[in-house]
Design a protein around this ligand. Structure first.
Ligand code: FES
Ligand SMILES: [Fe+2]
Length: 468
């Protein structure tokens, strides 16, 4: 077994994502023509970063306490007094709408004896600590305290809640615990030019969270490459072009990367075994197709004929056309000019360190992975679905977070559609990776050159932060 390609040129034989885009039935957006991957070396990545409690503590100080991170959605706090709590490591941040156009964030701790002020989101006219009743105005200034005669040493002017930097990008709220943080826009870099899909026009229809028994990077890394599909999700091979996915990750944009997985086309591993009609049927019955309507219509309507790929046609063209019809029927939007690629493909973006929005029209999903306290062996994984507003009636309120117990499967949440069982397959590996990394006698993990280049890119950025 020998690789024949130069390290920086390693690519799967056969059609590339760009070749598929050439055959699209509509013009594709310019950003999908962006195809940029810097070869960043082939060295192993040390195991310690995934397993060491000391590493996890340093990571908290050097990264999570310094970096912009996705905290909540603006739509979750539309009214003055609405607030959300975002927790990271041992830190807790209170994000509150303090004016119609103003959002502020504070350290979510009472300055008296240190009780957390709020343990969940909601709406309040002021922040009153449940322990003894110290109270702060929404803008963080001290409002009052019981038995003020007993605190002659407390200067109200100096007893405001410490502020946390907060900024927004298209409806997403980011916080930064470092008072000297760079502007959010600098952190996001050219990601803002490349993510063109209006997620902010959608409402948060589903939000599930689960504690997983592995390091947050072990969990995340399982979702930023398609190399694992052949062994972990073999059922997807007839309609997911896995090995010829595109990975965009460059040295001059350390804070974001992207992968495009072509869907409605076969994996190169099985391409010579399936017909276009096989591809269509496998995709159609995978529920992925109906998941496009996100919870409203997960099953094929009764009596609907199975579409047929015409002579010389492709499954992608037929599926994209059917999906345009489906989505047009379910909303007021006009999908007639939307490319096949935006209808069908998975376009996963990662903004360092915890914001994972999917682009395109089909999959309006956001992932988030973060540490669970200071434990290197535990993390919090979240899936958020952003749905188009219904055709009739008002925009629904954003879904509240649902914590999935450790012994419950994502497959038991029907609203997740196809993603639920697929996520379960991913999660089956994760505890064994965490355990295996500790048993391994090799000091590092070995990555593929191209398909796992986002993992290398992410860890390179992590190293930059850790070396400050
Ligand atoms: S700890 Fe908050 S009022 Fe005492
Ligand atoms: Fe997976």
């Amino acid at each position: 077994m020998t690789a024949t390609q130069e390290p920086g040129a390693a690519r799967c034989p056969g059609p590339s994502v760009q070749d598929y885009l050439d055959r699209d039935s509509r013009p594709v957006p310019t950003t999908l023509r962006y195809d940029a991957n810097d070869y960043l070396g082939s060295d192993d990545i040390d195991v310690e970063r995934f397993t060491s409690p000391e590493w996890a503590r340093r990571e908290m100080d050097k990264v999570w306490r310094k970096v912009w991170q996705f905290a909540c959605l603006e739509q979750e706090i539309p009214e003055v007094g609405d607030h959300e709590v975002y927790e990271i490591g041992t830190d807790s941040v209170l994000i509150v709408r303090t004016g119609p156009e103003k959002i502020q964030a504070f350290v979510n701790v009472c300055l008296h004896r240190g009780r957390k002020l709020r343990t969940a989101g909601g709406n309040v006219p002021e922040f009153r600590c449940p322990f003894h009743g110290f109270t702060w105005n929404l803008d963080g200034s001290l409002k009052g305290l019981p038995c003020v005669w007993d605190f002659p040493h407390v200067d109200a002017e100096k007893f405001g809640l410490p502020e946390v930097a907060v900024d927004t990008w298209r409806g997403f709220v980011f916080v930064n615990l470092d008072p000297y943080a760079e502007p959010l826009a600098d952190h996001l870099g050219t990601f803002v030019d490349h993510f063109i899909w209006p997620l902010e026009d959608r409402h948060k229809a589903l939000h599930v969270a689960k504690v997983l028994p592995c390091n947050w990077k072990v969990a995340q890394d399982a979702f930023i490459e398609a190399f694992h599909v052949i062994a972990t999700h073999p059922q997807l091979l007839p309609w997911l072009a896995d090995a010829n996915s595109q990975y965009d990750a460059t040295a001059d944009q350390p804070n974001w990367s992207r992968m495009i997985n072509i869907q409605g086309a076969p994996s190169p591993h099985v391409a010579d075994m399936v017909t276009e009609q096989d591809v269509l049927e496998a995709f159609y019955f995978s529920r992925s197709f109906y998941a496009a309507t996100q919870g409203r219509d997960l099953q094929a309507p009764e009596g609907e004929d199975l579409p047929q790929v015409p002579e010389g046609g492709t499954a992608r063209a037929v599926l994209a056309a059917r999906m345009r019809d489906q989505l047009s029927a379910a909303s007021d939007a006009d999908y007639s000019g939307v490319s096949d690629s935006e209808m069908l493909d998975a376009m996963h973006h990662l903004v360092f360190p915890n914001f994972h929005p999917w682009g395109g029209v089909k999959s309006n999903i956001i992932y988030r992975f973060r540490p669970d306290g200071l434990d290197p062996d535990s993390c919090i994984a979240e899936i958020i679905y952003m749905s188009a507003p219904p055709k009739d009636g008002p925009r629904p309120a954003p879904a509240k977070i649902r914590w999935v117990p450790e012994d419950t499967l994502f497959a038991d949440i029907p609203e997740l559609g196809l993603v639920g069982p697929v996520f379960d397959q991913d999660c089956e590996n994760l505890p064994y990776v965490q355990q295996g990394l500790k048993a391994m006698r090799k000091p590092g993990i070995t990555l593929s050159n191209y398909q796992e280049s986002r993992i290398r890119h992410f860890n390179r950025t992590l190293d930059l932060w850790m070396s400050t």
